[in-house]
Design a protein around this ligand. Sequence first.
Ligand SMILES: [Zn+2]
Ligand SMILES: [Zn+2]
Length: 260
Amino acid sequence: MNEAKNAAKLLVVNPTPFLDSHCKPDAAIFLGVGSAASAVNLGCSSCVLTSKGLPWLLIDCGFDTVSRYQQHFASLPDAVFITHLHYDHVGGLEQLYFQAALSQHQITLYAPAELIVGLCNILAYTGLSEGNCGVWQVFRLFPVSDSFMHRGQRLYSYPVRHHAPRSAFSLHLPGIVFYSGDTKAIPEILHHRVCNGEMIFHDCNLSGNPSHCGLNELKTSYRADLHKFIRVYHYQHKSDVTAFAAADIQAVVAEQVIAL
Ligand SMILES: [Zn+2]
Ligand SMILES: [Zn+2]
């Protein structure tokens, strides 16, 4: 009897089953392209892969991502992949939870397995005061080890070079797109795993530092034939786009539709 009641409660939370339609993304739209320091002006770096104009997968959810997503798509995402636990990449998850819980929407949350304990700690105090709709009823947590299936496609995730070892991860859909997440240059990945003409979205700022790739580092770390596939994001100033272009590196601008 109790089980039937619980099942009915779950249906209230999730009135329509998640439709895992099989298709590949054909474009990407960045909702923001800034760093933690420049997010106020450029938006937190986050990217929506889309298929035929519809959202396919959101990558990262910073503190302004939910409002930017709603402005663009007039909806909430069905699925989010988290690259790492810095707040310009996960600071919007609490807002996303509340919006989803109050509109009876359920969201698949893909997170690299190493990040799960930290993610649980970040969301430990998140929940409705009524206590009837916990955070993990709204977020369907999907731990990612090396790869996972999403809408019929297998995506891979590799650790990158950002702060502590194995604390930040990239996302790769072979033949279509590679998303670096926050990182220094990672030739060991790009030269050995990303070999099929993928569009490469890469963290980069003009000067570089111990956490993030710099323009000179980008140009000297990767084979010249890869440069044309690279689009940089997570930079400091709007005007940096011109400096990247002068160095023959293209930068992403928020809201621009990029064909994959
Ligand atoms: Zn960041
Ligand atoms: Zn970071």
